[in-house]
Write a protein that binds this ligand. Sequence first.
Ligand SMILES: [Zn+2]
Length: 86
Amino acid sequence: MGFCINCGNQHQDGVRFCRFCGTAQPSEQLLARLRAESEQIRLLVLQMQQQTNAQNDAYARLEAMRLQAEAAARNQQNQQYRPPGW
Ligand SMILES: [Zn+2]
């Protein structure tokens, strides 16, 4: 069973035209190609998500380093600008 690409009504596999709206239906060959393409896209999206996760990890590590450097700089500044007599 398949579904019309235009009206969505169910029809038998292999029909060339929808019996409800008359729209030409994609051939099995085209459907197979589209399924293969959609699988490829799904894999690409997965890959991109993994890359984004890795990037977010790297950003998180960089941010932690930046905060440490900032804190260290603040400590040094406090020591440098400590008023005389302390
Ligand atoms: Zn139809």
